[in-house]
Design a protein around this ligand. Structure first.
Ligand SMILES: Cc1cc2nc3c(=O)[nH]c(=O)nc-3n(C[C@H](O)[C@H](O)[C@H](O)COP(=O)(O)O)c2cc1C
Length: 177
């Protein structure tokens, strides 16, 4: 089976997961900016990874707008965020980005990445400064919020190679949605 892995990453976490997946599957690997939809035609499996921004998957339009071309192929989408893996997070991201029909064609996964404030582009830095300011003013912080605040001082990396196992297993199986 010929596999294609595409990623859209701002600080490198999604890119790293995409590289791990592509290596395991001997897949071709492309950055989002190198892609045109004609490329999809040569593949049986298309895997798209995008970082998570305000519960939205970066660049997901590329997949959603081309589901007709992707018909009959195995389509996998993974989102990479800083939040810990929790079933409710996965459900929230899934429902925020896809409708029922799209989910019949797409298999979705959430992978935990990390947070690296220094590597963010200017505008994202600004947004995250606002969040930091909001968090600092809160009287009671959840454990996740405390972790987030600490990550502004020191980059946090929760990515683990074994997190790709279920994607690799599905992509290389004969199972299709
Ligand atoms: C503006 C902004 C919004 C974000 N929103 C979320 C979010 O809703 N959920 C989450 O888990 N992480 C969120 N993050 C954290 C990133 O998803 C996380 O750092 C991810 O690992 C980045 O992947 P990348 O390095 O491939 O871009 C946000 C980061 C930024 C800059």
């Amino acid at each position: 089976m010929k596999s294609l892995v595409i990623y859209k990453s701002k600080t490198g976490f999604t890119k790293k997961y995409a590289e791990w997946i592509a290596e395991k599957l001997s897949a071709d690997l492309y950055d989002y900016n190198q892609i045109n939809k004609e490329l999809f035609k040569g593949y049986d499996v298309v895997i798209y990874g995008g970082s998570l921004h305000a519960v939205g998957i970066e660049g997901i339009k590329l997949i959603k707008d081309n589901l007709d071309i992707l018909k009959g192929k195995k389509v996998v989408v993974f989102a990479v965020g800083a939040s810990p893996f929790r079933e409710e997070t996965v459900e929230e991201v899934k429902n925020n980005n896809f409708n029922k029909e799209q989910l019949e064609q797409i298999r979705f996964y959430y992978l935990r990445g990390g947070f690296n404030y220094n590597k963010l582009p200017f505008f994202d830095k600004l947004l995250m400064k606002l969040l930091q300011w909001k968090l600092k003013r809160k009287k009671v912080l959840t454990a996740d919020e405390k972790g987030m605040l600490n990550a502004y001082q020191k980059p946090a990396d929760f990515s683990r190679k074994e997190n790709i196992d279920s994607i690799v297993a599905y992509a290389s199986s004969s199972e299709n949605k």
